[in-house]
Design a protein around this ligand. Structure first.
Ligand code: NAD
Length: 310
C-alpha cells in the first residue's frame, strides 16, 4: 500500500517505520528541512529499548515536493500545524485516498472535512508513544494500540481495512464503534494532566499529591462534560475523574512529565492547548455554556508560551 505520513515527527516516524517494515511503500513528509535531510542522508535512526539502534532507509520529503496520489495518508502533525499540512498535501489526495487522523485534541474531523469527503476520513486515538531526539532520530519505548472509526456512517468496511493494515504492521489497531467518546476522554486526560503539569512545572505523581488535585480535575472535567454533551458524547464526571486519577499512581504514569510539559517547559515549543482546554472554552462560548476554568487555563498556557518562547 502506498502510504504518506503527513507530519513525521516522533509519532509519524514511528508509524512510518513500522508500516514500511511490514512491506508498505512509505514516504515521510515533514516541514522541518533539517530532519528530512538527515533521514535522506543517514536513514531514520531508531533507538528502541532492548534493541541495537538501527538506521532505516525510508524516503523523506518536504510535503510540497511530492505530487503522487496516495492510497493512505496518516496525519501526524501537531494540532496547530494540521491546516498548513492539509493545504500542502492537496495534490496527494485522490478520490479514493483514505486519510487517517490520530492527533490528540478536539475538532480535527471538522477541519479535515474542508479538504476531502467524509467517506474518506477516519479518526481515532493511539496509546503508542515516541520521542524525537534530534533531526532524523527517534526513540521508541513501550507498547500501545490504535482505536479507529469511520467519520461517515457507511465507512465501516473501509475503517476495518485500515485497522487490518495497521495491525499487520504490529500497531495493534482495533475498530471502535464510539471513537468520539475515546477522543473526548483522552482530551480530558490531556486537558487536565498536560496543562496542569505544564503550568505547575511538575510530573503527574507530584500533581496528584497536591491537596488541590481532585478539585482541579473536577472543575476542568465538568466543563469538558458539558460541552461534550452538545456533541452527543456522554462523559460521566466521576468516572472520568477516576480514569484520570488512576494515572497518579507511580506504577502508572506517575513519574512521567506529560508531553505539554516536555514541549513547553523543557523545549520551549508551542502547545496544543487550543485543541484541548481552548476548544472547550471556544465551543462553550458558541453554545452559551460557561467554561471559565478552561478559558483561564488556555490563557495561562498562552502566557507561559509568551514568556518562554523567544
Ligand atoms: P512532534 O513534535 O514530534 O512532531 C510534530 C512536528 O513538529 C513534526 O513536523 C516535526 O518535524 C516538528 N518538529 C519537532 N521538533 C522540531 C524542532 N526541534 N524543530 C522544528 N520542527 C520540529 O509531534 P508528535 O509527538 O509526533 O505528535 C504528533 C501528534 O500525536 C500530536 O497531536 C500529539 O499530541 C499526538 N501524540 C503524541 C504522542 C507521543 O508520544 N509523542 C503520543 C500520542 C499522541
Amino acid at each position: 500500500t502506498k502510504i504518506a505520513i503527513a507530519g513525521s515527527g516522533a509519532m509519524g516516524s514511528r508509524f512510518g517505520y513500522m508500516l514500511q517494515s511490514a512491506g508498505n511503500d512509505v514516504v515521510l513528509l515533514d516541514n522541518w528541512a533539517e530532519h528530512v535531510q538527515a533521514i535522506n542522508t543517514n536513514g531514520l535512526t531508531v533507538v528502541e529499548a532492548g534493541h541495537e539502534p538501527v538506521q532505516v532507509r525510508i524516503p523523506a520529503a518536504l510535503p510540497t515536493d511530492i505530487k503522487e496520489v496516495q492510497d493512505v495518508i496518516i496525519l501526524f502533525t501537531k494540532s496547530m500545524q494540521l491546516v498548513d499540512m492539509l493545504q500542502a498535501i492537496k495534490p496527494l489526495i485522490g478520490a479514493k485516498t483514505k486519510v487517517v487522523c490520530l492527533l490528540n485534541g478536539l475538532g480535527h474531523p471538522e477541519t479535515i472535512e474542508q479538504y476531502l469527503p467524509k467517506e474518506n476520513i477516519f479518526v481515532g486515538i493511539t496509546l503508542w508513544t515516541a520521542g524525537l531526539t534530534g533531526p532524523g532520530a527517534i526513540t521508541l519505548t513501550g507498547s500501545g494500540n490504535v482505536e479507529l472509526q469511520n467519520v461517515d456512517p457507511d465507512g465501516k468496511e473501509a475503517a476495518q481495512a485500515l485497522v487490518a493494515l495497521l495491525s499487520a504492521a504490529g500497531l495493534n489497531a482495533q475498530y471502535s464503534s464510539d471513537v468520539l467518546f475515546s477522543i473526548w476522554r483522552k482530551a480530558c486526560v490531556n486537558g487536565t494532566l498536560n496543562s496542569l503539569c505544564a503550568l505547575l512545572d511538575c510530573n503527574i505523581a507530584q500533581l496528584g499529591q497536591t491537596p488541590q488535585a481532585q478539585q482541579l480535575l473536577r472543575s476542568i472535567v465538568a466543563e469538558f462534560s458539558a460541552v461534550a454533551a452538545t456533541e452527543a458524547v456522554e462523559l460521566d464526571i466521576p468516572t472520568t475523574i477516576a480514569h484520570i486519577s488512576k494515572m497518579f499512581a507511580p506504577e502508572q504514569a506517575g513519574g512521567h512529565y506529560p508531553s505539554m510539559h516536555q514541549d513547553l517547559v523543557q523545549h520551549h515549543r508551542l502547545t496544543e492547548v487550543d485543541y484541548l482546554n481552548g476548544y472547550v472554552a471556544r465551543k462553550g462560548a458558541e453554545k452559551h455554556i460557561a467554561t471559565p476554568v478552561n478559558q483561564l487555563i488556555t490563557e495561562l498556557i498562552h502566557a507561559k508560551e509568551a514568556l518562554l518562547i523567544k
